[in-house]
Design a protein around this ligand. Structure first.
Ligand SMILES: [Zn+2]
Length: 271
């Protein structure tokens, strides 16, 4: 059954690499360093302990080394930056919060603007890029591979008003603000199309509405001030462009062969 063990290790390596970029290498290192250990407790125990220890070290090392590759981390924790943070610290634990300095500068300017216009507003980031290497995609996004891309969460509210730092979906994505647009893109799509409707996931979303005042204000700021920061494209589903009166300029439809963009805003800077 040696081949089964090899397959399991290969699958873990692949999954960790796709999810975190550096996790697969850390796993290989932990596996190699514990290969001959047989003391006190099973080898798997030491392997997990060593993996977690090395992974935490690698997270800090990535933060220090990313600038060599032209990337900087976006703020992760409450209090680090009052107006902006990643939607969940998990994005940072998975190394998915890296951008070029120009993107960070634009997004912090947006967040400060939003907090000035609507005091108490927190702008939330979703998937950005990994810390190293242009051309290494951030699974499952096809294009987040060069530090120039960032997804932003919509702002949300309940009956009583705006909810700071809260999003409708526990993971930030897949709380769709519109119905599936099958006139735009046919319901029957190839198996590899990432235009998922995520019907099974909808039960996990909180019943919140998009805070239109804030979300539209953020989009309008990006349309007005984004160009000075090098903003090249904003992806937003055409039905929302129409409904919210946000169109033209850098606002685009991402095409049918990409994820739906009625649950988040995709931004990308030019070269
Ligand atoms: Zn995106």
């Amino acid at each position: 059954m040696k081949w089964l063990g090899f397959l399991i290790h290969a699958a873990v390596f692949l999954a960790l690499t796709l999810l975190t970029q550096i996790g697969g290498l850390v796993y290989l290192l932990a596996w190699a360093l514990t290969f001959n250990i047989r003391r006190f407790l099973p080898r798997q125990f030491w392997r997990v302990v060593l993996f977690l220890t090395l992974y935490v070290g690698a997270l800090f090392a990535a933060r220090e080394m990313a600038p060599v590759y032209g990337r900087v981390p976006l703020p992760c924790l409450e209090g680090e930056q009052r107006e902006f943070r990643m939607q969940s610290p998990i994005y940072c634990l998975l190394n998915r919060n890296y951008v070029r300095p120009e993107v960070r500068s634009m997004i912090l300017d947006l967040a400060i603007h939003m907090n000035r216009e609507f005091p108490g507003t927190i702008t939330l980031g979703l998937d950005a890029n990994f810390p190293f290497f242009d051309g290494f995609p951030l699974f499952p996004h096809l294009s987040h591979d060069d530090g120039r891309k960032l997804d932003l969460a919509f702002y949300y509210r309940d009956d009583k008003g705006y909810l700071p730092g809260v999003s409708a979906s526990p993971v930030g994505y897949w709380a769709f603000a519109a119905a599936p647009d099958h006139l735009l893109c046919p319901a029957q799509r190839p198996w590899h199309s990432p235009r998922w409707d995520m019907a099974w996931f909808q039960q996990y979303n909180r019943g919140l509405s998009v805070d239109l005042d804030r979300t539209k204000a953020a989009l309008n700021w990006l349309l007005a001030a984004g160009e000075a920061h090098g903003l090249e494209k904003i992806f937003l589903e055409p039905s929302l462009q129409k409904k919210w009166g946000i169109s033209g300029g850098v606002v685009r439809f991402q095409g049918c062969n990409a994820a739906r963009h009625d649950d988040h805003i995709h931004l990308q800077l030019g070269d």
